[in-house]
Design a protein around this ligand. Structure first.
Ligand SMILES: Cc1cc2nc3c(=O)[nH]c(=O)nc-3n(C[C@H](O)[C@H](O)[C@H](O)COP(=O)(O)OP(=O)(O)OC[C@H]3O[C@@H](n4cnc5c(N)ncnc54)[C@H](O)[C@@H]3O)c2cc1C
Length: 457
């Protein structure tokens, strides 16, 4: 047993090292964050048939939680915007034995039962936890690899030879380093306070103007947050909710709030972007009388209309009804208001008169503190103003000048990955590509290929 293997054995056993600092571990790759995105390169490598050689180079997954798997997604009480079939596709369409073995698992079946429809996200979370448990076992069996749960990555610094030393804090508070050629940041996204404070709608600074009637969507979509909305409206004897945002989760939030019942008198969605609808083909869209698209709104690879910008599943049904597309009848308590770019007196009046306002400002990447070989901080492109991405189209983390930082990769919620021609999508789409299927396949494969290069297999 070599030094790294002995250290790994002790780390897996969670032994107390507070009094005895450990020597660094040496790996080929490190993945920081064991949520859905962090697992994805390894799932993509399994689909490509090269997980085993990739693990042969030594790999560790660093996760501050107790297990790898669902990350944050299972906390949200809304339904998925991707179909059940695409979520379990990584298991059902795989020929990797460890994935195939999950086909009959109750958690897989519970998701698969929704077929081409939407799935409650807590069920997706349970499935991803099962996937994480199975992946953890595969990694644990590889000699030089480890899943280090209850370990938080604190920073990563480049060494003189170009490798990266990532510093971790273990469950007992002690710190230790992992040195690797490739570090993958899969640390997810959040809705930071300063990001929230900058939010404006209808010419109104939301935090300053609305005080405690403002609720961030990340809170509103949880079980506790939704319960609180119901409780506050009931205490008023019923009331009105305004929701600011244009994303799929905004519409999904409107749906779960409407389902709270009669205490919700009215929900108004104030949206900046036009609410687009996904169609599997231009013909299907035109047959419904939906013609607000041009050639640039059609994905050249799939022929889908608004493949990435369009609402899908439950949110699509609600938007189609609210907009009266294909002769659907608008739901009585739901209203839409398209926000004007600057001051918007009607929008302002809606915000002022609402009893509660949910704002969906989107997510910013959590990332990690990064230092150069002299110990100086490297500012990241994503740290700058606005909503700049963490990564480029090859999943490379960008510095403040927009240059790729060698050996640092990233993916996941809020990473800002925009797809190139190999992934497809409508040319008019300028947003980021986020989603489990893409991570398990195309985007995860980009990272897996770089990790494979680092191993040299
Ligand atoms: C409301 C909502 C609905 C969504 N619905 C769908 C959907 O229907 N279909 C779909 O495909 N996608 C969906 N997504 C997108 C995406 O699948 C989820 O956001 C997913 O949870 C993101 O995974 P992640 O791994 O990037 O981040 P997270 O789920 O946040 O996981 C990050 C992990 O990294 C760990 N971590 C963070 N920092 C550190 C550190 N320094 N050290 C150690 N560990 C760390 C965290 O503990 C966590 O486990 C949705 C997203 C949102 C917000």
């Amino acid at each position: 047993m070599n030094t790294s293997q002995a250290i790994l054995r002790d780390l897996r056993d969670d032994r107390d090292f507070a009094a005895a600092p450990l020597p660094d571990l040496h790996m080929s790759s490190v993945i920081v964050g064991g949520g859905p995105a962090g697992m994805s390169p390894l799932i993509a490598a399994s689909q490509g048939g090269f997980l085993e050689p990739l693990l042969g180079g030594g790999l560790s997954v660093i996760e501050r939680g107790a297990a790898i798997g669902a990350g944050e997604i299972g906390r949200y009480v809304i339904t998925s915007d991707s179909s059940a079939a695409t979520i379990v596709d990584c298991v059902n369409a795989s020929s990797a034995p460890w994935l195939m073995a999950l086909r009959d698992h109750p958690a897989t079946r519970a998701v698969a039962a929704h077929g081409e429809g939407a799935v409650p996200l807590p069920l997706v979370g349970s499935f991803l936890d099962v996937l994480g448990g199975a992946l953890q076992e595969v990694i644990a069996q590889a000699p030089d690899c480890a899943v280090l749960t209850r370990h938080e990555a604190l920073r990563t610094q480049q060494l003189a030879d170009g490798r990266w030393r990532t510093e971790l804090r273990g469950p007992d508070g002690s710190t230790r380093g992992v040195v690797a050629r490739v570090v993958v940041l899969a640390t997810g996204g959040h809705q930071p306070e300063d990001h929230l404070r900058r939010q404006e709608a209808a010419g109104v600074r939301l935090v300053a103007a609305l005080g405690d009637k403002l609720i961030p969507s990340g809170e509103a979509m949880t079980k506790a947050g939704l319960h609180d909305i119901g409780r506050r409206l009931a205490a008023l004897g019923g009331g009105e909710v305004a929701i600011v945002g244009s994303s799929s989760s905004t519409i999904a939030t409107a749906l779960v709030i409407l389902r709270l019942g009669a205490t919700v008198r009215r929900v108004t969605v104030l949206h900046r972007r036009k609410l687009r609808v996904f169609y599997p083909s231009a013909e299907a869209a035109l047959a419904d009388g939906y013609d607000e698209f041009g050639p640039d709104d059609i994905c050249p690879k799939s022929g889908f209309v608004f493949r990435f910008a369009g609402f899908r599943l439950d949110s699509r049904a609600l938007v189609m009804a609210a907009r009266g597309i294909a002769g659907r009848r608008p739901p009585p308590r739901l209203h839409l208001h398209h926000l004007a770019p600057g001051p918007d007196p009607v929008g302002r009046a809606i915000l002022e008169s609402a009893d509660l306002v949910v704002t969906a400002p989107g997510y910013r990447p959590r990332a990690l503190d990064v230092f150069d070989r002299h110990g100086h901080p490297i500012a990241l492109f994503a740290d700058g103003a606005g909503t700049r991405p963490l990564v480029d189209g090859a999943c490379r983390v960008l510095d403040a000048h927009g240059e790729a930082i060698p050996g640092l990769l990233g993916l996941g919620l809020a990473a800002g990955f925009t797809s190139g021609p190999e992934i497809g999508g409508e040319p008019s789409f300028s947003g980021q590509t986020n989603g489990l299927w893409q991570w398990h396949n195309t985007i995860g494969a980009i990272i897996a290929a770089r990790m494979r290069e680092a191993v040299g297999v």
